[in-house]
Design a protein around this ligand. Structure first.
Ligand code: GLN
Length: 197
């Protein structure tokens, strides 16, 4: 079976599991698949993709090291679907030294970039290649401050870049697991380039 792990150290894990299951079922892209809560470093290499959910990136950073997962992530050859705190974790650089990012995507990320007034908000955003806008939920969201030349910007709003793609990886400032719009999940899965036997 094709395995998709949702990093289950902290944060909204079950929403991500449900969203991936729904996205795969709806698109019919795989027949034989498993979406599971990823808790052990040993399970990382067998995944075709891993979602790193939102939560608190300072905590997730600490727990990745506590669970000896850093090296497995650095050597991971599948795709990462990184949302919110997950985006912070995948960056090459973060504006908070308490976070030790995994350097999987060549971006510099600022935490809590929207300030107190806009702690949480929803916005209809434009995403590259999509005809219809995407309703994005931002919760104490980060923003991409700068992106390397190999990184494709999928969405930029007034405050900065909020969605990027880099190789098999996708990183989003907002929470695609909460809205029932699975376009980004489906594009991410298709971009893994996996065909079932
Ligand atoms: N502000 C959090 C952080 O930077 C992210 C918030 C979230 O994931 N919803 O860790």
């Amino acid at each position: 079976a094709i395995k998709i792990g949702v990093l289950a150290l902290q944060g909204n894990v079950s929403e991500h599991i449900h969203a991936f299951e729904a996205a795969i079922a709806r698109s019919g892209i795989f027949k034989n698949y498993e979406v599971f809560p990823l808790k052990k470093a040993d399970d990382i290499p067998s995944c075709s993709a891993i979602a790193i959910p939102g939560g608190e990136s300072t905590t997730i950073s600490r727990l990745i090291d506590k669970n000896h997962m850093r090296e497995e992530f650095e050597n991971f050859s599948g795709g990462i679907f990184a949302t919110c705190a997950g985006m912070v974790m995948c960056a090459g650089a973060v504006d908070d030294e308490r976070v030790k990012p995994l350097s999987l995507i060549d971006i510099e990320v600022g935490r809590n970039a929207f300030g107190r007034q806009k702690d949480s908000f929803e916005a209809e955003i434009e995403i590259k290649g999509y005809k219809e806008p995407y309703r994005a939920i931002f919760i104490r969201a980060p923003v991409v401050i700068s992106a390397g030349s190999g990184v494709e910007v999928l969405s930029e709003i007034d405050q900065g870049i909020v969605a990027v793609k880099s190789g098999k990886h996708m990183a989003l400032s907002f929470h695609p697991e909460l809205t029932g719009d699975f376009r980004l999940h489906i594009d991410f899965i298709k971009n893994l380039g996996i065909t079932e036997e």
